[in-house]
Design a protein. Structure first.
Length: 345
């Protein structure tokens, strides 16, 4: 299996085997546009994201060493005190329950705490309560958005300086934004809570997406460094070759990154009930997959498309076509010359 994969990678690098990622760019762009549109419409249709208490504010109770993880018991304990309330009750880890509500008075907090103690059969010391004010939640939201904007601006400037062309920077940013929107759409579909850990996961994913893009773009720059003097391949073909040459590396990097994250998401959060890791691991898991795909199917083809109309590249493509036409004509002439000789013999 290892030998076959190595052979596969070698064939991609030499050009013996090739997948036309750049040539099918219209299909990839259409798929990306539909995915981004759905990722924007889905949260709107659902009434927004499932924001954690850190963003919306409210009261939170944590009940440890519960005898049962029945969520209805927590809901009833809250509704007995605050009629019409819709608490969020979740089993966050093994025998620990978390109950979140809107803002409560001190008296309501004490009464709910007593109700939870009775409902879950625990002692008073095993029920803790905290309050997060809306002002603090607004500050967290503001800082998260500020961090995202600063990250995007710095990434755009550094990419433009590193590659010495704004078109590479723009292509990388478009791929990164596709990753961000689609990851957010999947997050909204899952109905997982948006917490500060999830925001950290999103920013980490964007960094990963840019890293993978830089690796591919470095190879593109290497392949196209003498493009003006070359008549071997067109610019788009050189870009496509670079994507194929780095495909195995992209897959390997993705697998190395996604295996531990998948273990956290499916084993830690799913089987062991480590609920505090779900938000972070889901953002990382989906983002790594989408980030790798965005580099291959969006960023690199977009860069080729942005540059294909440049005058020098149009002339270079014409030289490639002339050389190929001349080569085909010579081969046809050689076959025509060889045919009578074979017949005479």
């Amino acid at each position: 299996m290892t030998t076959n994969f190595a052979t596969f990678g070698n064939e991609l690098y030499t050009g013996k085997r090739s997948y036309n990622f750049v040539g099918a760019k219209k299909i990839w762009f259409l798929i990306a546009a539909v995915a981004v549109a759905l990722s924007i419409l889905l949260p709107v249709a659902k009434g927004g994201f499932n924001l954690g208490i850190e963003f919306r504010g409210g009261s939170e109770f944590t009940v440890s060493n519960v005898k049962t993880t029945d969520a209805s018991l927590g809901e009833k304990a809250v509704q007995d005190v605050v009629e019409g309330s819709i608490p969020r009750v979740a089993n966050v880890a093994g025998n620990t329950m978390r109950i979140q509500t809107d803002k409560l008075t001190d008296d309501e907090t004490l009464r709910i705490k007593e109700g939870l103690t009775t409902a879950y059969g625990v002692t008073d010391n095993e029920v803790t309560s905290t309050f997060v004010g809306p002002t603090w939640g607004a500050d967290v939201t503001k800082q998260a958005l500020l961090g995202l904007v600063i990250f995007v601006v710095i990434a755009a400037v550094l990419m433009a300086l590193y590659f010495r062309t704004w078109k590479m920077s723009l292509s990388a940013l478009v791929g990164m934004l596709v990753t961000m929107f689609v990851t957010a759409g999947v997050y909204a579909l899952s109905d997982f809570e948006v917490t500060p850990s999830a925001i950290i996961g999103f920013l980490t994913v964007l960094s990963y997406s840019l890293y993978d893009t830089v690796v591919v773009f470095d190879k593109i720059r290497e392949n196209t460094s003498d493009i003006d003097a070359s008549s071997r391949r067109t610019f788009a073909e050189e870009v496509n070759l670079a994507v194929n040459q780095t495909l195995v590396r992209s897959i390997n990097t993705m697998m190395v990154a996604i295996l531990p994250v998948g273990a956290i998401l499916f084993i830690g959060a799913g089987l062991l009930g480590a609920g505090t890791l779900r938000d972070l691991s889901l953002a990382l898991f989906v983002g790594i997959l989408i980030g790798t795909a965005a580099t291959i199917f969006i960023a690199a083809p977009l860069y080729a498309w942005l540059r294909q109309g440049e005058p020098q590249l149009v002339k270079q493509a014409e030289r490639v076509e002339r050389r190929r036409a001349e080569s085909a004509a010579r081969e046809a002439a050689a076959k025509d010359t060889a045919a009578p000789e074979t017949a005479t013999t």
